[in-house]
Design a protein around this ligand. Structure first.
Ligand SMILES: Cc1cc2nc3c(=O)[nH]c(=O)nc-3n(C[C@H](O)[C@H](O)[C@H](O)COP(=O)(O)O)c2cc1C
Length: 354
């Protein structure tokens, strides 16, 4: 293939680079992968309504989320084991995020220590994703390490009390290779080595909204709840002290047959009613997809696999390329929509396809 021009090209290039087991782990979803496919396909059903004769000689993609100024209204989503994609791993991804002027969200299942990722891009902004572990001391140790290393917010992932049924991994017999470690959790839990299955066994499946409230009360860092897709849960997240929500179905890797996140977004935005920021991820592959999500009320989006495909293809440079592609596409989409700024996008710029 000649030079990649879009995320789909990067996905093909990543497929050529990765061995089948690793590719299946990154690309796959749960069950029949209905939700995985739906996340991306649902964007086909949201049309853009451009306004013309607006001065778009200057277009800005800038925004602010939770007080953090971003050059683009997207962040890099937490994705586990990035050293499995490329030797640049999470450090390369953090540098790519910084180059794009955005936040790197580090997975709890990072294959590089949180402090090392911070050192790789010291000027970069970073948030940490956490699970609530049965042993609250483990959760606390992870959060303390992240706070110490300059992580400014926490994403508490709540859609994975158990790991989803990822059938590609069963078919390929994929297991994370022994040399790829999960040092953040291992250190916090005081284990020398943990497999992903062992990590999930540490996650507390009994947590409820009361625990969220307690965590929010204790935490020095703002906590965003990641992984809800209903108006009921969006409202509860606000009531129980969340600093923000991420409308997410874990990229289709948890409950299969859940709706596409973009279809769940409007009801969550309505329930939150502007009280806290609403972010969304899942299936965003184009700058125009980012525009649809913002028009439907998201404050920003998270980018998962697209950045990962870039990383797998060409390390840090590839991840940068992925984020640049989305930035250029979004800037052009804003201009063609008659929106000189990302915040000018409104519900009037989208309609459901008849
Ligand atoms: C390979 C892979 C690993 C992931 N690991 C995590 C994780 O450790 N924690 C988490 O909260 N979400 C994780 N996610 C979910 C992402 O944060 C995000 O919700 C999802 O990738 C968004 O969908 P997209 O890939 O279509 O952009 C992972 C996703 C993928 C593809």
């Amino acid at each position: 293939m000649t030079d990649p021009v879009n995320i789909a090209d990067l996905e093909r290039l990543a497929f050529e680079k990765l061995d089948p087991g690793a590719h299946g782990y990154f690309a796959g979803g749960a069950g029949d992968e209905r939700t995985l496919r739906r996340n991306a396909a649902a964007y086909d059903d949201w049309e853009l309504r451009p306004r013309v004769l607006v001065d778009v000689s200057e277009v800005s993609t800038r925004t602010t989320v939770l007080g953090t100024e971003l050059e683009v209204p997207f962040l890099v989503a937490p994705v586990a084991f990035q050293l499995l994609a490329h030797a640049d791993g999470e450090a390369g991804m953090a540098r790519a995020a910084h180059a794009a002027g955005t936040v790197m969200c580090l997975s709890s299942l990072t294959s590089t220590r949180a402090a090392e990722v911070a050192q790789a891009a010291p000027e970069g902004r970073r948030w940490m994703q956490v699970y609530c572990f049965r042993d609250r001391g483990v959760t606390r140790a992870m959060v303390d390490e992240a706070a110490e290393a300059g992580y400014e917010a926490l994403l508490l992932t709540v859609d994975a009390p158990y790991a989803g049924k990822r059938e590609r991994d069963f078919r390929t017999g994929f297991e994370v290779p022994a040399e790829i470690r999960a040092p953040a959790i291992e250190a916090a839990a005081g284990h020398k080595s943990l497999t992903p299955a062992e990590v999930f066994a540490l996650v507390d499946p009994s947590i409820t909204w009361k625990d969220l409230e307690q965590l929010c009360g204790e935490s020095k860092l703002p906590i965003l709840v990641k992984g809800l897709i209903t108006r009921e849960d969006a409202g509860l997240a606000v009531e129980h002290g969340a600093a923000g929500i991420v409308v997410s179905n874990h990229g289709g890797r948890q409950l299969d047959n859940a709706p596409a996140t973009i279809d769940a977004l409007p009801e969550c935005v309505e329930a939150v009613a502007g009280r806290i920021p609403v972010l969304i991820d899942g299936g965003i592959r184009r700058g125009t997809d980012v525009a649809v999500a913002l028009a439907l009320g998201a404050d920003a989006v998270l980018i998962g696999r697209p950045a990962l495909w870039g990383l797998a293809w060409d390390g840090e440079a590839g991840a940068r390329r992925a984020l640049e592609m989305l930035t250029h596409e979004l800037r052009l989409a804003l201009a063609l929509l008659g929106c000189p700024t990302a915040s000018a996008l409104s519900a009037d710029h989208v309609q459901r396809r008849a």
